[in-house]
Design a protein around this ligand. Structure first.
Ligand code: ZN
Length: 271
């Protein structure tokens, strides 16, 4: 599943090709994604200039003078820049073509992705209005997490994965950052000190930034036409390593379920 680093890398990968370009054509081959693609999308954005692109949580936002288009990659989606005449394959659901003869193409075998028109006040849309701060940049602070968590008995894992607390931390990076911060994933969020939250925020940012940096080396996957999504195959220390030795203490890593999601952790290093 694409997580925040893949979405950020996609944004950086596609932006230089389509920013400030005029949309010439929208081709919808399959409108039934998680929600239907609006039927009037061609009329809404054709002949309009895409003046900027941004990311909020795992949503890509394409800004036009008349409003904002949201693209979400869902479980299996990828967005690539292709030359105008590239023939579509089976799961290529929508193309948006630009005056410079480039197109962006959404490929999504499982169709949990989304392409939605948000109009002129995107932040007010229900998908965006309740989102917590972004994990990168200066929005997220240890003090904020500390204050939000006081009195909370929910586990730190579930607390961090709540998109209303902080956005864009999915299962992989939540598992990894708790490992690096040495925090047991079942510990109550309200039972973690400000100092430990400071360390956790540092680890969240280091881990995500490193993944984005590594993603930069696979950028061509997003602009090529080989049909493969460019999800990162980076080295992970906890996620996916159940029953393998901890890289710090060599003890066997444990696997548990939390809210139906797999957590892998070291019961020795994470307290
Ligand atoms: Zn360990």
């Amino acid at each position: 599943m694409p997580e925040l680093p893949e979405v950020e890398t996609t944004l950086r990968g596609i932006s230089p090709h389509i920013k400030n370009q005029i949309v010439t054509q929208v081709i919808i081959r399959q409108a039934k994604l998680r929600w239907p693609i609006p039927v009037d999308l061609p009329q809404l954005i054709e002949q309009k200039i895409l003046h900027s692109l941004s990311r909020r949580a795992k949503y890509l936002l394409l800004h036009f003078d008349t409003g904002t288009l949201l693209i979400h990659l869902g479980m299996s989606g990828s967005l690539r820049v292709i030359a105008d005449n590239t023939p579509p394959a089976r799961h290529d659901h929508i193309d948006i073509s630009f005056a410079n003869n480039k197109s962006i193409r959404l490929t999504d075998p499982r169709r949990f992705g989304a392409v939605l028109w948000l109009g002129s006040n995107p932040e007010a849309h229900p998908l965006l209005s309740k989102l917590g701060p972004e994990p990168l940049g200066t929005d997220l602070s240890a003090k904020y997490l500390y204050q939000q968590s006081r009195g909370k008995k929910v586990s730190i894992k579930q607390f961090l994965m709540n998109q209303n607390v902080v956005t864009g931390i999915g299962n992989i990076y939540c598992t990894e950052t708790l490992y690096y911060a040495g925090i047991n994933p079942v510990r109550a969020a309200g039972n973690i000190s400000l100092k430990r939250y400071q360390n956790l925020v540092n680890k969240i940012q280091q881990t995500l930034n490193l993944a984005i940096e590594q993603g930069g080396t696979t950028l061509r996957d997003f602009v090529g036409s080989d049909g493969k999504p460019g999800y990162f195959k980076q080295e992970l220390s906890a996620y996916g390593r159940s029953s393998l030795p901890c890289k710090q203490c060599q003890k066997t890593l444990s696997e548990i379920k939390q809210a139906n999601r797999t957590t892998v952790y070291c019961s020795h290093c994470q307290t």
